[in-house]
Design a protein around this ligand. Structure first.
Ligand code: LLP
Length: 386
């Protein structure tokens, strides 16, 4: 079932705002759990960077998922939402001391460590607290992903992770430290990935690395394959639930596990993108010699993905069903990049019409800014607008 957008429900709300259809979210979570239930060693940690709205987080927590954080602020937010600390994995290339301390104080499941200097600092801080930090190493697998260059992370040229050739060295280093316990490997090759071949390439790479480690007598317990599964931005209404079956089947089929190993996933976008829409109002329709602009009250401060990544979000007019015309849909911010889409067909659009930008549940509200001193958008769930 597609996202339900009911104009009457929205009548008294100040635009722009995010709307989350919790039916879609729950169906998505069910689809994930249906697949992971087939394995008693698969654990999904929702990547909270995609959406940290408390109301959304509570629904995700109810479904029993763990959490992937990349900052101390995210750890604080997910604890507020009720997630247990021992389901938190904490990644990030530049963790600050206070963030490491917070992770240790709260007793998170695992630090995903991205460099030797970071490992040394974690060991030192853990020692000062008389604690032992569980660590995995994020390895850069040098596997490309067929996605936008800005959201590719697993290539040697990217800043993330530890080089494959240094893997054994850092493991030995960690094994010699008193206040860290090395448990496994972490990977992440990028985001909005729809080609299952990319995940197959990652699984094959992990197999190679495991064989090497096994030959060197190193056993690992945790394999974290990161996130990255994409969603259908072209047809969100026809295809609202991502293809979790094929995604998990890749790891089932290609990843070679040793006894006792657990596999961890960090899905963000695939969990929340399709349940969310940005709802905005048309302030003006302006026509010049060559085109018509629908000028809406949301801008790139509310949804930056089109400006930053050339992303396309399906745009629908919730108020008009008149004959279609061609529009550029633009925001009010004083930059030309404040354009949501160009030359799209919409029913004849008027001042006051409500417009929805679909598939906006991931990397939407959370990336909002107050540039131009604009207000941050609110986020509402269907549960509270009944
Ligand atoms: N794990 C790690 C280590 C990550 O860096 C990311 C995303 C994820 C998991 C979750 O990836 P997902 O399943 O959501 O693809 N703002 C961009 C996306 C940036 C993704 C950053 N890392 C966008 O709007 O497309």
């Amino acid at each position: 079932m597609a996202i339900q957008l009911n104009v009457e429900r929205f009548a008294n709300l100040r635009t722009p705002f995010y709307y989350y259809d919790t039916n879609i979210l729950r169906q998505t979570l069910d689809a994930i759990n249906t697949e992971t239930k087939k394995h008693d060693n698969y654990f999904v940690h929702y990547a909270v960077k995609a959406n940290a709205n408390l109301k959304v987080l509570k629904v995700i927590n109810e479904a029993g998922l763990g959490i992937d954080c990349v900052s101390g602020g995210e750890i604080e937010q997910v604890l507020k939402a009720g997630f247990p600390a021992d389901k938190i994995v904490f990644a990030g290339v530049g963790k600050s001391d206070w963030e490491i301390e917070l992770g240790l104080d709260k007793g998170i499941f695992c630090f995903n460590v991205e460099s030797i200097p970071e490992l040394e600092v974690i060991n030192e801080i853990a020692a000062s607290k008389g604690k032992v930090a569980t660590v995995c190493f994020r390895i850069n697998p040098n596997v490309g992903a067929h996605t936008h260059a800005n959201i590719t992370t697993g290539l040697a040229e990217n800043k993330f992770g530890i080089d494959m050739q240094d893997m054994e060295k850092v493991i030995r280093l960690a094994q010699g430290m008193k206040n860290v316990q090395f448990k496994g490997l972490h990977f992440h090759i990028g985001s909005q990935i729809l080609e299952m071949d990319d995940f197959i390439a990652l699984a094959n790479r992990i197999n190679e690395l495991q064989d090497k480690l096994e030959a060197a007598g190193v056993h690992i317990e945790i394999i974290n394959v990161g996130g990255g599964l994409g969603v259908d931005y072209d047809n969100p209404q026809g295809n609202p639930i991502p293809n979790f079956k094929d995604y998990f089947a890749v790891y089932d089929k290609y990843l070679k596990l040793r006894p006792g190993q657990t596999v961890h996933f960090e899905l963000g976008r695939a969990v929340v993108a399709q349940c969310g829409a940005l709802i905005t109002k048309v302030n003006y329709v302006k026509e010049n010699a060559i085109k018509k602009f629908a000028i809406v009250d949301a801008g790139f401060t509310d949804l930056i993905r089109p400006a930053l990544y050339d992303a396309h979000h399906r745009i629908i007019n919730l108020s008009s069903s008149e004959a279609e015309e061609t529009y550029d849909v633009v925001g009010p911010i004083c930059e030309s990049s404040d354009t949501f889409d160009k030359g799209i067909r919409l029913p004849k659009t008027h001042r006051g019409d409500l417009i929805a930008l679909l598939s906006a549940g991931a990397y939407g509200e959370i990336m909002a800014s107050s540039y131009n001193c604009r207000r941050l958008p609110e986020g509402y769930t269907s549960d509270e607008l009944l």
